[in-house]
Design a protein around this ligand. Sequence first.
Ligand code: CU
Length: 307
Amino acid sequence: MRVNRAGAGNVWDSRLVATCCAVAGLSETAGANTNTSNGYNLPIGVTDMSKALYGLHMEVFWICVGIAVVVFGVMIYSLVTFRQSKGAIPDTTMVHSTKVEIIWTIIPVVILVVMAVPAAELIIKQEDTRNSELSIRVTGYQWKWQYQYMDAGEGVDFFSTLKQDSNFARQLDSGIDPKSVPNYLLDVDKPLVIPSGTKVRLLLTSMDVIHAWWVPDFGVKRDAIPGFINELWFKVTPGKEGLYRGQCAALCGRDHGFMPIVVDVRSPADFQKWVLEQKAALNPPALPAGAPAPAAAAEPVKTARLD
Ligand SMILES: [Cu+2]
């Protein structure tokens, strides 16, 4: 019995550790990429929006701390000072005091307004996808993401799936220590590439179940729902180029934990170069007249199949 309990305890201990590691996971890899989370608080992030969200979050946090200190301070002081053993007699003069009721209604309303005004301003800003400079259609699948570029990247279209080394290590009895895999479960074969200093709009949808596209460092998280198109936008501060990692944030089935998001932020010039490379790969340049065509041999086979 004792052994069993100890065993169960170990399982829970290890699960707790695993959960904590998973929570801190985005920051654990900070050395290998540019994520700004410290594992304890919201990441400050690399967009004006993520910084504003962090600022608001801290403002509300300190208001809550202030309220807690005042309320618990008065409560504890009253409990200690006016206890029965000291001969305290209940004061009944303030029962149904209109003055007190007005005060304790107005003060919380003022506090709520102080929090609600900047919060509403930020929500309005978050929803404002006007004047975006690059749109990308993001489609969630069980269990991968598809990125289809519009505007300057028109025609670029690819899937982004869990990187092979993570995929092998995660298999039951793989014999591979996940700790030996860099960015375990947080790496993909082909990251989303975007330019810095550019307002990027994502159009999110899904082809099966509800997924959610979440990159903490950009201060964005939104559901990808079949039959709907949701929008989000972000603009990475110039100079913050690098790799940023996120995950699907909606329980989307068996492999929900295995569809990470990696965003490769490049300078606009590097992004332009990347787009040209992608387009060149899609449409190989026409061969000069008279040159031997390497694809010529394959062509009749294709035609024959069609016939
Ligand atoms: Cu998902």
